[in-house]
Design a protein around this ligand. Structure first.
Ligand SMILES: [Zn+2]
Length: 161
């Protein structure tokens, strides 16, 4: 049965590494460190991509974009997201809205909320009001709180198009 709605959840984490860019939702954030990874390590785009794939029950980002695949080396992660959106469209679904949380101790991200939302909304062809990005710290607790990593959670709702 083709459901009128499908919901998906995504989670991702990347290690913090000096000398790497910090890219969140396709936006480069000024920072003395960034995130380690095979691709551009855009943890936010990865979590949203996984949420879209999850809504479709099509596995996870590692299945579609294995880090052994040379064609994705250094890939901009917005490409992963757009590929997942295309898989949704192929299945007859479109993204209704996205809600994501980025958990990072520093730098402070609040000034980047609008650019990140605008970048994601523009890439996905969604109104700004359909893309929510929230920022939290881990209150100095655990690997995120100790500045070792960044985490992101995302939920996506698909509707039958
Ligand atoms: Zn990732």
């Amino acid at each position: 049965m083709e459901l009128p709605f499908r919901i998906g959840q995504g989670w991702d984490t990347h290690r913090i590494e000096a000398g790497r860019p910090l890219i969140l939702g396709g936006i480069t954030i000024p920072s003395e460190f960034g995130l380690a990874g095979h691709s551009d390590a855009d943890v936010l785009s990865h979590a949203i991509t996984d949420a879209v794939l999850g809504a479709l029950a099509l596995g996870d980002i590692g299945l579609h974009f294995p880090d052994t695949a040379p064609e994705w080396r250094g890939a901009g992660s917005i490409q992963f997201l757009l590929h997942a959106q295309k898989l949704a469209a192929d299945g007859g679904y479109s993204i209704a809205n996205v809600d994501a949380s980025v958990i990072l101790e520093r730098p402070k991200l609040k000034n980047f909320r609008t650019p990140i939302r605008e970048r994601l909304a523009s890439a996905l062809g969604l109104p700004l009001s359909s893309v929510s990005v929230k920022f939290k710290t881990a209150e100095t607790v655990g690997p995120v709180g100790q500045g070792l990593s960044c985490e992101c959670h995302a939920i996506v709702l698909l509707t039958r198009s």
